[in-house]
Ligand binder design. Structure first.
Ligand code: COA
Length: 151
């Protein structure tokens, strides 16, 4: 199911809600200070998804002309499998017109790997023990704008 949600740029007022979302989604969550650094970075773009007036997901990406790296993507547990992460990822190609997107994902993160594979990302290589808490390999993936067709 794909639910239509409002996507918009993050504002400073969203940072507490993003910190809460981080705590619900990650074993090593970013706190409000880390989120503020990202928000203030000239190369990072933060987009949030709004469901029923609340922040239900967000994407943080480092964007340089033509290329982006996904730094964070998360959707609140109660809003998952509604197509929200897919819509957030497409902001990079559809709205920001980025050609190549890179990301790194935990080897065992089946939902995220399924999401990325479905969006046309290819696995480039595995980085041994890249992650902490818990220690786990990272899989580097990328996609180019034309990989999915129709964009
Ligand atoms: C990964 C995550 C962002 C996916 O968010 P989501 O909004 O539920 O994803 P979507 O609904 O857009 O899913 C799109 C596709 O991804 C795949 N997918 C998503 N969750 C899945 C799951 N739990 N199991 C299998 N496939 C899954 C499916 O192919 C899905 O399409 P479908 O529902 O039509 O079958 C979410 O599970 C999350 O926040 N996880 C914790 C944080 C995290 O791991 N972030 C990624 C770090 S690299």
């Amino acid at each position: 199911m794909t639910r239509k949600v409002e996507l918009r740029r993050v504002t400073p007022d969203d940072l507490p809600a993003l910190a809460e979302l981080e705590r619900a989604c990650f074993t090593a969550p970013w706190d409000e200070d880390a989120l503020r650094l990202s928000y203030e970075s000239p190369v990072e773009e933060l987009t949030c998804a709004i469901c029923g007036g609340d922040v239900c997901g967000y994407l943080c990406a480092a964007v340089i002309p033509d290329e982006a790296e996904v730094l964070r993507i998360a959707v609140s547990p109660r809003y998952r499998r509604m197509g929200i992460a897919r819509q957030l990822l497409r902001v990079l190609t559809d709205d920001l017109r980025v050609n190549t997107v890179f990301l790194e994902v935990r080897f065992g993160n089946t939902p995220a790997r399924a999401l990325y594979a479905g969006e046309g990302f290819q696995e480039l290589r595995v980085r041994k023990n890249y992650y902490d808490n818990p220690v786990e390999d990272g899989v580097i993936m990328s996609r180019t704008r034309d990989a999915k067709g129709g964009l």
